[in-house]
Design a protein around this ligand. Structure first.
Ligand code: ADP
Ligand code: NA
Length: 347
C-alpha cells in the first residue's frame, strides 16, 4: 500500500501517559507493523509549541532535545520512520500560509482548543462563553494552530494520521481544507487523510478528571510522566481524585470519572477491553489495593521507556544524527510536493 502515515507531538514538556497511549506507543506499533511501500514520518511540533507562552530559548532547545529522546525511548525505530523537527522544514510554514487563504474564520472559530488554551469560561453544559474582550487577547498563531496542523499533514500528502481523540476536530478541518483546495483548483491533489484514533480513550487529569491530562497543566500531580520514578508514580496514583464509593470498582465515566480514568489507563496499557479490566479489579474492596494495582501496572509498563530515556538523553550526537537524516528525507518530499502545489496555484 502507498500509505503515508504522519503525526507530531509538541515539545512543551515531558511526555505523559496520555501522549504515550494516545500517540507515541501507537507510532511504535506502526514501526513494528510497517509494510513495504508505507512511509512513516513522526515529528516534534516545535512551531506549534510556541503558540502557548514559551520558555526561554535555552529551555526550549532542551525540550526539543528531550522530545526526540522520548520518541526513541518508547521504541520508535528511526530506521523505519523519519523523525523530524517541524521547524527544520520551512515548507510547513509556507503551506500554512497558502492554506490559511482557504480557511474560514467561522470554521476555525468552532475549534475548541484555542478556547481551552485561552482559559475561556465554560458553562455547565460545557459550552464556551466567548466574549469580545477574551477574543481580543487570543493570538493569531493559537487561532490558526489547526491550519498549521493541516499544512503539516497535507505537505506529505499523508493518508493516515495516528492521534489521540482530542485531535479529531483538527483532522476534520484538515480534510475540509484538502477538499477545498482540490475543488478550488479543480485538481485531485490532496488525499483525504484518515484519522487513526488510538485504541485507548482520552487519558484524563489525575486531580481534575473532567479535563484531559496535558503537558501544559502546571499541576504536576495530575500527570504521570514517562520518566517518573516508581515511588512518584505510586504517590501520584494514591493522590488521584476518586470518589466515596470505596469498596467497589467499576467503569462509569459520568458518575465516577476518577476511577474510570484509572481503569481506562490499565485497559490501554494491557491492551484489554475495559470490561475485562473491570472483571480483574472487581477483586478489590478498598482504594489502597485498587490503586496499588494500578500503580504496579503503570510502573511495569514505563520501566523500559524510563531506562531508554536516560540512555538517549545522554547521547546528543546520536539524537542529532537521527533527526538530521529524518529531516533530509522529509525535506525532499516536502520540496517536491510544494513545487507541485505552486504549479497548481500558478506561482
Ligand atoms: P499535550 O496536549 O499534552 O501538549 P500534544 O498536543 O503534544 O499533547 O499531543 C501529542 C499527541 O498526544 C496527540 O496525538 C494527542 O492526541 C495525544 N494526547 C495528548 N494528550 C492526550 C491525552 N490526555 N489522552 C490521549 N491522547 C493524548
Ligand atoms: Na494538545
Amino acid at each position: 500500500s502507498n500509505a503515508t502515515v504522519f503525526s507530531m507531538i509538541q515539545p512543551t514538556g515531558c511526555f505523559h501517559l496520555g501522549n504515550y497511549l494516545g500517540a507515541t506507543r501507537v507510532w511504535t506499533d506502526l514501526c513494528e507493523l510497517k509494510q513495504p511501500g508505507q512511509e512513516l514520518i513522526f515529528g516534534v511540533a516545535d512551531l506549534h509549541a510556541i503558540t502557548v507562552p514559551k520558555p526561554d530559548g535555552e529551555m526550549f532547545r532542551k525540550l526539543r532535545h528531550e522530545a526526540v529522546a522520548s520518541v526513541l525511548a518508547v521504541g520508535v525505530d528511526p530506521e523505519k520512520a523519519s523523525v523530524v523537527h517541524q521547524s527544520a522544514i520551512p515548507q510547513h510554514s509556507e503551506l500554512h500560509w497558502l492554506l490559511s487563504t482557504l480557511a474560514s474564520m467561522g470554521f476555525l472559530n468552532r475549534m475548541t482548543q484555542w478556547k481551552s488554551k485561552s482559559n475561556i469560561k465554560q458553562s455547565e453544559n460545557g459550552e464556551y462563553q466567548v466574549n469580545d474582550s477574551d477574543v481580543g487577547k487570543v493570538r493569531l498563531g493559537l487561532f490558526s494552530y489547526p491550519v498549521l496542523q493541516a499544512a503539516d499533514i497535507l505537505l506529505y500528502k499523508s493518508t493516515h494520521v495516528p492521534v489521540g481523540d482530542d485531535q479529531s476536530q483538527h483532522l476534520e478541518l484538515t480534510r475540509h481544507l484538502a477538499e477545498k483546495f482540490n475543488k478550488t483548483y479543480k485538481v485531485n491533489f490532496f488525499p483525504k487523510p484518515v484519522t487513526m484514533l488510538a485504541q485507548t480513550k482520552k487519558v484524563l487529569s489525575l486531580s481534575s478528571p473532567e479535563k484531559k491530562m496535558s503537558k501544559s497543566d502546571p499541576n504536576h500531580d495530575s500527570l504521570i510522566f514517562l520518566n517518573d520514578e516508581p515511588n512518584v508514580i505510586q504517590k501520584k496514583i494514591r493522590r488521584a481524585l476518586t470518589d466515596s464509593i470505596s469498596d467497589r470498582f467499576y467503569y462509569d465515566s459520568v458518575e465516577r470519572p476518577g476511577v474510570s480514568n484509572l481503569i481506562n489507563i490499565v485497559s490501554g496499557i494491557q491492551r484489554k477491553p475495559i470490561k475485562d479490566v473491570v472483571k480483574d479489579v472487581s477483586q478489590f474492596n478498598n482504594y489502597k489495593d485498587f490503586k496499588d494495582y494500578v500503580s504496579e501496572v503503570i510502573i511495569e509498563e514505563l520501566k523500559g521507556p524510563r531506562t531508554e530515556f536516560k540512555k538517549y538523553i545522554n547521547e546528543p550526537n546520536y539524537l542529532h544524527s537521527v533527526v538530521e537524516s529524518g529531516i533530509r528525507k522529509a525535506r525532499e518530499k516536502a520540496a517536491k510536493n510544494l513545487d507541485d502545489i505552486h504549479k497548481i496555484m500558478g506561482f
